[in-house]
Design a protein around this ligand. Sequence first.
Ligand SMILES: Nc1ncnc2c1ncn2[C@@H]1O[C@H](COP(=O)(O)OP(=O)(O)OP(=O)(O)O)[C@@H](O)[C@H]1O
Ligand SMILES: [Mg+2]
Length: 508
Amino acid sequence: MSSQTKLLTMKGISKSFGKAVVALDDVQFELEAGEIHALLGENGAGKSTLIKVLTGVEERDKGEVELEGKKIYPKSTNEAQQVGISTVYQEVNLCPNLSVAENIYIGRAPRTKMGAIDWNAMAKNAQELLEKFDLKLDVNKSLDNYSVAVQQMVAIARASDIQAKVLILDEPTSSLSKVEVDKLFDIMKRLRSEGMGIIFVTHFLDQVYEVTDRITVLRNGHYVGTYKTSDLPRVELVSKMIGKDYAVLNQTLQKGQSDKEKTKTGDVFVSMKNVTHQGSINNMDLSIAKGEVLGLSGLLGSGRSETARVLFGIDQVTGGELEINGEKVHLSHPLDAIRKDLAFCPENRKTEGIIGDLSIRDNIALALQAKKGLFKKISKKEAQKIADEYIKKLEIKTPDADQLIKNLSGGNQQKVILARWLATEPELLMLDEPTRGIDIGTKAEIQKIVIDLAAEGMAVLFISSELDEELRCCRRIVVLKDMEKAGEVTGEDVNEAAVMHIMAGGND
Ligand SMILES: Nc1ncnc2c1ncn2[C@@H]1O[C@H](COP(=O)(O)OP(=O)(O)OP(=O)(O)O)[C@@H](O)[C@H]1O
Ligand SMILES: [Mg+2]
């Protein structure tokens, strides 16, 4: 590759947080124009920190960044954008309350001759731009009317319009449906062909092999290497990421599979009989037994999370009945559910999960405290013990339990939320996308924990848009479609083809 095409180089980048956390230690990274470059590594490896250094969100302690041969030192995302570096985070960094058009033209709105904002021109330009990306939106509507996927596409359209040279996507696909991911990839490929350099952070290895040209791996804040994607077999990639032989991980995965067979289904713990919640689920019949991991499958919007919300008392039953341990119950609030030994780990950690300014310890103790009631305060010592236990068990990467949760990497925050609900020692554990954003090694560990809990008698409702994961953990899968139960598979029939068949609308 000639040096002419070298778009971006980062050299000797180091960044520490306090004395205890070395997030990056002498890391290098290189991006060509017209390539899609995956930045990979386990949770806490330093991927997001490297990107924050590049975009001026965090100041580097050491190192150099060059864009097209010129040293740059952006001190804010705005400055980064001015030199041509645009970022789309998973939690979209646009302004949800402003209109779609305003979001695209923020800080650079077209003006009339009199100097006022030319709203008509703005709407028209926005419309034309989005059409190039096959997006048909009402540009005058506020952005939060649209899905995360669409919001991300708008952010990308904006980046393309301001002629960004470097586009950074930090886990953009973790909450997108297959169709949306395909669309995003089409757009990425188009921008690549126009000469943009794209940095893509993801935990989905299939996607890495589908769309990237090169891969850089980080491990524990260190640079491991850069490889051509087509030259790096998947097992080697995983070994480089986890720093041990892939065979070890594979053993864990296979153990999960055989352990699953050991779980024994006991009495029914919870059942929904013909349950409806207006507007989200219809006539749902579903039961989960003690010792069972029941998978809930279906396309985005089919009613998976909605089912869990009703079971947890967030949304009320408007028709039908709910039974726990054979008794009719009415859950009017999540606290009712928690006190009946239910737990629900929701999918969206940013809005339904973490309390950023609390420590890891306090975040973990939260649900247990709610369960005990405010008059039975959990002592700091007790909370510490529980937190330490889960930090170890889930391999949460942190110097100690005192750290504020907002300082953890994305995947490690997810683990804290999981710990919070495990700590309540529930009889029914509902997990909505529990391994989203979690690296491949820990993913296998979490699946194993779920199976072990069931083997000890816990009932588990397991929701995941990754079918492999459900197939690995569940001996029975209920498939939803259009807010209703479309069918279920058990035993021998728990396989991809059978589930897909029902999802697609085949008769069971
Ligand atoms: N503001 C901060 N204060 C203290 N520690 C931090 C801060 N930001 C990041 N860290 C730590 O730096 C390390 C690297 O985190 P980073 O977010 O870069 O990981 P990542 O590779 O993006 O992981 P993930 O896949 O989980 O998103 C982690 O140990 C994290 O806890
Ligand atoms: Mg990250």
